[in-house]
Design a protein around this ligand. Structure first.
Ligand SMILES: Cc1cc2nc3c(=O)[nH]c(=O)nc-3n(C[C@H](O)[C@H](O)[C@H](O)COP(=O)(O)O)c2cc1C
Length: 193
């Protein structure tokens, strides 16, 4: 029976949290636009289980719009201290509203206000405009909870392919590839480095 790649990911992620000086949960997210042109940016992993890998963002951002037109995406972790990378590919589905609400409620008040203040990926005339908007929102929500903005969403990448790469001497690296079968089970194999 093949190893469960989600359990293997948890083990590697645990080691990364112990080893990386900064942001072990940082991952590159690749999306494509409506004609297949790729773009990447970093996001933070905010949840992981057998269902997939969750991150949060503005659904009206460039990545949000690209995911709305093409839900196929890829994630990449590079844990430099461990000399390991994990490549994850699959389709992205929005998390439920209750899940997004629950995570939004755990964010700092400043981050919650920031989510309202930022038209992520849109042109910004001056930094002062953004700061002023933030201050206005701070005053507006004084003394009450900040609700989740309707455009602020979580996305879950449901993996169909996960590759674990680890550095070996003389560039004889190890590559373990897991691919999902029609019945949802995982097949494990190796790739030449
Ligand atoms: C380490 C790191 C973590 C980040 N995490 C997030 C995140 O979780 N969500 C997010 O929307 N942007 C995050 N960003 C900012 C994005 O990289 C990006 O600038 C922003 O989301 C706009 O991307 P877009 O215009 O392609 O939509 C992070 C940046 C860095 C460097």
């Amino acid at each position: 029976m093949a190893t469960d790649p989600h359990a293997l990911f948890d083990a590697w992620f645990g080691e990364a949290k112990a080893a990386e000086p900064n942001d072990p949960e940082a991952m590159a997210l690749a999306t494509v636009d409506e004609i297949g042109r790729p773009s990447t940016r970093m996001v933070l992993l905010k949840g992981h289980d057998g269902r997939g890998f969750v991150f949060y963002t503005n659904s009206e951002s460039r990545k949000g719009e690209e995911l709305a037109s093409n839900s196929w995406a890829a994630l990449l972790f590079h844990w430099k201290s461990l000399r390991r990378q994990v490549r994850i590919e699959g389709a992205v589905v929005p998390v439920g509203a209750a899940e997004a609400d629950a995570y939004f409620a755990t964010r700092s008040r400043d981050s919650q206000l920031g989510a309202w203040a930022s038209d992520q990926s849109r042109p910004l005339a001056t930094r002062e405009l953004f700061d002023a908007r933030y201050e206005e929102l701070k005053a507006e929500y004084e003394g009450r909870d900040v609700p989740r903005p309707p455009h602020w969403w979580g996305y879950r990448l449901v993996a169909g392919r996960i590759e674990f790469w680890s550095d070996r001497p003389h560039r004889l690296h190890e590559r373990r590839l897991f691919t999902v079968e029609r019945d949802g089970s995982w097949t494990e194999g190796l790739l030449y480095p």
